[in-house]
Design a protein around this ligand. Structure first.
Ligand code: PLP
Length: 205
C-alpha cells in the first residue's frame, strides 16, 4: 500500500499501543524490533516502568488524556506527550524541567466527550508552547469519532494534515488499527496501533 500512496516506509513510525497489556508485551515487542510505544494512563505505565527501563532506546509516548495533577509524573516517565491541549498543561509540563517532546491534540469533531484543542486555538497554543524552553513541539495528533468505516475518519485526517502544513509542523500522529491505511494516504507520520499488533484488549474490571 505504501507504493500506492507514494509514501516511504521510513517516513512512517509505527507506535505500538500497549495499554492494558502487561510490561512483558513491551519487552517482547522490543525484542522483535519495535522502539516506539504508546500508553494511555500515567499510573498504568508507572507500574510497568521498572520492567521496561532497561530497554535503552525505547521511546514511550503518552497518548491518553492527561490530567494536570499527573503532569509532573508524566514528564518524568514519558519521552513524548501527544495529548497537550492547553497552554496551562504545556506550562506545567515545562516546569518539570526535563526536555520533553510534545504534540498538540486537536479535536476536529463536535463530540462533547473528546479531549483536544479546537483548531482555532492552535495559533495561541503553539505560541505558548514555543515559549516553554523544555518542550519541543513535534506536531499534531487527533482521534476521529469512532466508526468501523475508515472512510469516516479520512476527512479528519485530511483536516489535521492541512493544519500541520499551515503551521509548518512535521509530525502527524493519526490512524489506528482500523483506519491507518487511510491515515497514511492522508499524510500520517505516526500510526498508533494496538489491536492489530497485540490482539483484542480485555477491559480491566
Ligand atoms: C487505544 C488507542 C489506540 C490504539 O487503538 P487500536 O484500535 O487498538 O489500534 C490509538 N490511539 C489512541 C489515542 C488510543 O487510545
Amino acid at each position: 500500500m505504501l507504493a500506492r500512496t507514494g509514501r516511504k516506509r521510513e517516513d512512517i513510525t509505527l507506535l505500538a499501543v500497549t495499554k492494558v497489556f502487561p510490561a512483558s508485551e513491551i519487552v517482547d515487542a522490543y525484542a522483535l524490533g519495535l522502539r516506539e510505544f504508546g500508553e494511555n494512563y500515567v499510573q498504568e505505565f508507572s507500574g510497568k516502568l521498572a520492567e521496561v527501563q532497561h530497554l535503552t532506546d525505547a521511546r514511550f509516548h503518552l497518548i491518553g488524556h492527561l490530567q494536570s495533577n499527573k503532569s509532573r509524573r508524566a514528564a518524568e516517565i514519558f519521552h513524548c506527550v501527544q495529548t497537550v491541549d492547553s497552554a496551562k498543561l504545556a506550562r506545567r509540563l515545562d516546569e518539570v524541567g526535563r526536555p520533553l517532546d510534545i504534540m498538540l491534540e486537536v479535536k476536529l469533531s463536535h463530540e462533547d466527550a473528546k479531549a483536544g484543542a479546537a483548531a482555532a486555538e492552535l495559533p495561541s497554543l503553539i505560541e505558548a508552547v514555543r515559549a516553554c524552553p523544555n518542550l519541543k513541539l513535534r506536531g499534531l495528533m487527533t482521534m476521529p469519532p469512532w466508526s468501523d468505516d475508515p472512510e469516516e475518519s479520512r476527512p479528519y485526517f485530511r483536516k489535521l494534515a492541512e493544519l500541520a502544513r499551515a503551521h509548518s509542523l512535521p509530525e502527524l500522529s493519526m490512524g489506528m488499527s482500523h483506519d491507518f491505511e487511510a491515515a497514511i494516504e492522508e499524510g500520517s507520520t505516526m500510526i498508533r496501533v494496538g489491536t492489530a499488533l497485540f490482539g483484542k484488549r480485555v477491559k480491566p474490571g
